[in-house]
Design a protein around this ligand. Structure first.
Ligand code: 5GP
Length: 202
């Protein structure tokens, strides 16, 4: 039996009219990586862009966290205009390769604030979410828990204050990471509400 045009209703939740670009920012040690993993596990409509970096791989990393490259390789990629955004952070370069367009999924970027400013200036519709620690004391405890030297921790804390101040100016939403599930759920409901409003215009 032939179906009349438009008589079949989709049995899935329709996607947003235009894929979202979601930029998650926040100071080092706030738990962005853990939150990103929780978001990806909970929401198959999201995909994470893998960044390039010149920093050395950490002992705790397996090698697929970034595309790890030399400074020469990174600079050559800048010369070829391969990055959507890039920034120097803590003496290393980090960059998001220009995404291959996936019209079916929303793009998630986990980057620092200078990069987020660049993304926003190219794409005013990009959504910036700032993840905050419950307090600076808590952030310090988390940074110390990584086993870094005191100098390194103090330097990261200074950077964190700057990152938070600039992030507050840029962010559309601010989420506090008291614990992973609560913060991830809050972000997932922000995404649902954005998708709904893009679909309906409401
Ligand atoms: P880490 O070295 O701790 O992995 O990352 C340091 C900072 O660089 C974090 O704030 C992280 O979000 C940010 N970052 C990671 N990838 C990118 C990127 O592609 N572009 C920019 N601008 N920042 C990035």
């Amino acid at each position: 039996m032939a179906l009349a045009p438009n008589s079949a209703k989709p049995s899935f939740t329709p996607l947003s009219a235009k894929p979202l670009v979601i930029v998650l920012i926040g100071p080092g040690g706030v738990g962005k990586g853990t939150i990103v993993r929780a978001l990806l596990a909970a929401d198959e409509r999201l995909w994470l862009s893998r960044s390039w970096t010149t920093r050395a791989i950490r002992p705790s990393e397996v090698g697929d966290e970034y595309v790890f490259v030399t400074r020469d390789q990174f600079e050559a990629a800048i010369g070829r205009d391969l990055f959507l955004e890039w920034a120097s952070f803590n003496d290393n370069l980090y960059g998001t390769p220009r995404p291959t367009v996936d019209e079916t999924r929303d793009l998630l970027l986990e980057i620092e604030v200078q990069g987020a400013q660049q993304v926003r200036s190219h794409d005013p519709d990009a959504i910036v979410i700032l993840l905050l620690p419950p307090s600076l004391e808590e952030l310090e405890t988390r940074l110390r828990g990584r086993g870094d030297s005191d100098d390194h921790v103090q330097r990261r804390l200074r950077l964190s204050r700057e990152e938070i101040a600039a992030g507050r100016d840029l962010a559309d939403f601010i989420v506090t990471n008291h614990e992973v599930t609560g913060a991830a759920d809050e972000i997932l409901s922000i995404l649902e509400s954005l998708r709904h409003s893009r679909r309906t215009g409401l």
